[in-house]
Design a protein around this ligand. Structure first.
Ligand SMILES: C[S@@+](CC[C@H](N)C(=O)[O-])C[C@H]1O[C@@H](n2cnc3c(N)ncnc32)[C@H](O)[C@@H]1O
Length: 294
């Protein structure tokens, strides 16, 4: 005879509990851990909803600031960019909320392109949280700097935004001790230059998302020699992964040895962008102490 599905003896759950958790204390623990699980499920669901809302908000702003202004419509790649920017804004907002509101903040958007992150951080984070701040945008391509300047006019923020047409490797263009340095998809060696300049200028927080790894990335040349020395096969996908792993390790190590507590996380899914690793590096007290030593 087949068992009747959906009909269980009433006492079954309690019996299992009794066998597994012999005293009341454990029963309480069991039900409170279920409660905790439900709570975290609920907060995960609300975080996903918030993230989706933010991505839609960013999409609307990208359209208003740049795309409609150029007489075009949103493409799939713009929608993916909106997801990336929304995720970075979430990181910025979380940091800002942790810090005292007494002091004005400085954010640097490095290798900024059209400065989506810098401009929208001004409006969707600093304006929204009513925080005193200023934004500095660093980009070497004059056309993109001009596009940023035009977009600032359409943004209507109270946060001062300064566009600097500059190479991120130039120490002269960096402010001292910026609170946040963000570089979304800094290509090739620009990621290394941002890393060096952000730590050199004692940024409090670096949010770095590297992009492609070309031969001009300093540690890539070293990794290539290492690949040859170890006899890593020449097949491109195998070799590329090996080299990327060494470049990623080198960047992580440099941040840590500069006194930055560093996490590396996937800030968006790999279907949004294959370059989806974020280096989240916070300056530690040790870094501050090292610098103050004579
Ligand atoms: C892939 S785009 C990313 C732009 C923007 N952060 C974004 O996510 O939309 C990289 C940008 O970095 C700029 N760039 C590359 N190397 C640079 C350097 N050494 N100094 C300043 N800007 C640089 C390029 O001109 C380009 O606009």
């Amino acid at each position: 005879m087949s068992p009747k599905l959906g009909r269980r003896p009433r006492h079954r759950g309690r019996l299992i509990h009794a066998e597994k958790f012999p005293d009341d204390k454990d029963l309480i623990t069991s039900s409170s851990s279920s409660l905790l699980f439900l709570r975290s499920l609920r907060s995960l669901r609300s975080a996903i909803t918030n993230m989706k809302d933010r991505a839609h908000q960013v999409e609307a702003w990208l359209d208003r600031l740049y795309i409609a202004a150029e007489g075009a419509g949103l493409r799939d790649e713009d929608r993916r960019k909106a997801i990336e920017v929304a995720a970075i804004l979430e990181e910025i907002e979380r940091a800002v909320e942790r810090w005292s509101a007494r002091r004005p903040l400085v954010l640097v958007d490095a290798a900024a392109g059209k400065s989506y992150v810098g401009l929208l951080a001004a409006s969707l984070v600093f304006d929204k949280l009513e925080r005193q701040a200023r934004v500095i945008v660093l980009e070497r391509n004059r056309r993109l700097v001009d596009l940023t300047a035009a977009a600032i006019g359409r943004l209507g923020t109270r946060v001062p935004i300064e566009c600097r047409e500059a190479d991120v490797a130039d120490p002269a263009v960096w402010p001292d001790e910026p609170d946040i340095v963000v570089a979304l998809h800094a290509c090739g060696p620009a990621s290394d230059a941002v890393l060096d300049r952000a730590t050199g200028s004692r940024a409090r927080l670096l949010l770095l998302v590297p992009c492609c790894t070309s031969d001009s990335v300093p540690s890539a040349a070293e990794a290539m020699r290492e690949a040859t020395r170890l006899g890593i096969p020449r097949q491109a996908p195998v070799r590329r992964r090996f080299i990327q792993a060494l470049v990623d390790a080198d960047r992580t190590r440099r941040l840590e040895s500069a006194g930055y507590r560093t996490e590396v996380v996937e800030f968006v899914g790999a279907t949004v962008t294959p370059h989806n690793l974020l280096w989240r590096a916070r300056r530690t007290r040790q870094a501050a102490a090292d610098r103050d030593e004579p």
